[in-house]
Design a binder for this molecule. Sequence first.
Ligand SMILES: [Mg+2]
Length: 326
Amino acid sequence: VPRSRSLGELALIDRIRSRSEAPARYVLQGIGDDCAVVRPPAGHSLLVTTDFSLENRHFRRDWHIPRSIGHRTLARGLSDLAAMGATPLAAFLSLALPRPLARDAKFLDGFLNGLLELAGLHHTPLAGGDTAESPSPELLADIVLLGSAPAGRELRRSTARPGDALYVTGELGGAAAELEALAAHPARFRRAAATDRHPHLFPAPRLAVGHRLMRQRLATACIDVSDGLSTDLTHLCQASNVAAELDQALLPIAAGATLQQALHGGEDYELLFTAAPTARLPRTIGGVAIHRIGSIVKLRRGQPLLTLQDGRRKTALTGQGWEHLQ
Ligand SMILES: [Mg+2]
């Protein structure tokens, strides 16, 4: 039903506009005209990623504080840019708000605080978007991110080669372990402070690592771990037409997490990447640990795509897709 914007929607847009930044280096026009105007650096390709955050699938409003919902909405998109070695240029946010939320200044301010704090940390201006009061009782936030990378240098998931070493940043399973612990005592969701380490509530996208891997040509292929190691490694292997062997003893399992959570838990937003066997990787990049966890091998007919080696025992591993809150 086409209709003009309500006063509530206009007030909302003003509220967001007043919190967004003045034109930035690559954003010549942000919120306030019919389109944003973005000029990527000379010789760079434009990289675009878009992610839905759906209430009761990616977050629960009776659990997650607004600041965490805002942070996580942006973190998912930033992590995709990190996976390709891209530098963020601008973010675009669209919100479909259930009627009561459209008038809930406390919720909106908390959501924007979380989103804009993370955006500020990664110099990503909010350059546009849309808001509407929705007839649905559930909140929907859609984030579009523009990034750039020197043309032809972006990291892909399809370029791993047999013989490459396999690496992951940070730790695995932390987000799934934190979610499980919080879900057991939901009152704790409200007590979490953004300053502590909270891999589920406030994940840290690995933009500095992705950028360095790209710039120094350290990685042969890269993907971010959004759906869980087993699933995202399956994506990388399928795209590259290779197989992978994981060494269980080398997996950096987060404190409090189980092996199952490290293998299959989603939303860690670490980078999973491959490098030539002769490449010398630093132990940390920008304070983030780099762990070798296995190798890329030739894909052989009848052999599993992923195997997990535990001492002498080898087991086939299948990608077990992460169903966020289910
Ligand atoms: Mg991704």
